[in-house]
Write a protein that binds this ligand. Structure first.
Ligand SMILES: [Zn+2]
Length: 337
């Protein structure tokens, strides 16, 4: 089964580029930029990755970004993730980035986007992996700074496929960003939002996402299982969900993403699986996360293939390219059978 998962063609759309910043690279970039990290070595730093909830995780996650300064830094970060994903037979990925966190440190939008895009072009050529870029609004910062980030990014519109909404959800419902999403849509961008599991007012947030914002995807969203009405709406809309069953039990507590995969599949929802912040979650990339999910939910090979079919169908790509990826998945399934 592990070999099946390793070889299976895959796609993922819920990976935060800044969350792929491995300890070794963090040290390398800190040295390159003359930044002193408060750790003796990588092992000591990784030992500090202790989370008991979303805010305690986010504090460590945002602090780690400070080593990202130059265009070359963003390039190196993105290229390392894309190489890793390609080595796991990920055909296509759509990656989040959090520009507000960089803009507030004085790093220009151009530096961030052009660094990442140069890596995307190289990875396509070197490893054959295609990718998209999703600008995430950091929901617990001032919404004005989210609008500033969008305005700063729109001159680079051709580098983006969509906008998202991440970070600490408590008190920051998706509806608070309606104007931001409307502006992004007017520029032809797709929309997705994090509705993390077991958050305060989670069903109200999921409802806002589906009914008011008419999102194109939902990130996490497992609590939808508590509302047959919302499940029916999501199915009617053909909405896809990016679920992250990494060892996020630490971050999301009991009943996290790992617990909802089986229920969402059985409910007939378009579940996809993704790695979220692999560098901060035991370096579990998509293969390892799928193996974890398979074991916990006793997923069959047919169900794993369905999850990847869902993922390919959920890509923000043209139909022709999706058909080619689906054909590769079918060839794999037949060869394995
Ligand atoms: Zn996320």
């Amino acid at each position: 089964m592990a070999r099946f998962i390793r070889v299976m063609p895959k796609a993922e759309y819920h990976v935060h580029l800044e969350g792929t910043l491995e300890g070794e690279m963090k040290f390398m970039l800190a040295q390159r930029n003359g930044i002193t990290l408060p750790f003796a070595d990588v092992a000591a730093m990784k030992a500090s990755y202790q989370y008991h909830d979303l805010p305690s995780f986010l504090a460590i996650y945002y602090d780690g970004m400070k080593v990202l300064v130059t265009e070359q830094d963003f390039h190196d970060l993105a290229l390392a993730y894309l190489a890793k994903a390609a080595s796991q037979n990920v055909l296509h990925t759509e990656m989040f980035f959090d520009p507000q966190e960089h803009l507030k440190r004085g790093v220009a939008m151009e530096t961030v986007i052009l660094g990442i895009s140069r890596a995307r072009a190289e990875a396509a050529k070197l490893y054959g992996i295609s990718s998209g870029l999703i600008l995430c609004f950091v929901r617990d910062l001032d919404p004005h700074t989210a609008m500033e980030a969008l305005d700063a990014a729109l001159p680079y519109r051709e580098h983006l496929v969509g906008v998202g909404l991440d970070s600490d959800e408590k008190g920051h419902p998706p509806g608070k960003f309606a104007a931001h999403f409307a502006k992004a849509r007017a520029a032809g961008l797709k929309v997705t939002v994090h509705c993390d599991v077991n958050q305060e007012n989670t069903l109200a947030h999921i409802r806002q996402a589906i009914v008011d914002l008419k999102v194109d995807r939902i990130d996490h969203g497992g609590n939808i299982l508590q509302s047959p009405e919302l499940v029916a709406l999501a199915k009617q809309r053909g909405l896809s969900f990016t679920v992250c069953p990494s060892f996020s039990g630490q971050v999301r507590g009991e009943g996290g993403d790992i617990e909802v995969v089986r229920g969402m599949l059985d409910a007939g929802l378009n579940v996809t699986i993704a790695s979220d912040d692999p560098a901060y979650m035991g370096s579990e990339y998509l293969t390892e996360v799928l193996i974890r999910a398979q074991r916990r939910s006793n997923l069959t090979k047919a169900e794993l293939l369905q999850i990847e079919r869902n993922a390919i169908n959920a890509a923000w790509l043209g139909d022709e390219y999706k058909a080619r990826m689906l054909a590769r998945l079918d060839i794999f399934a037949k060869a394995w059978a």
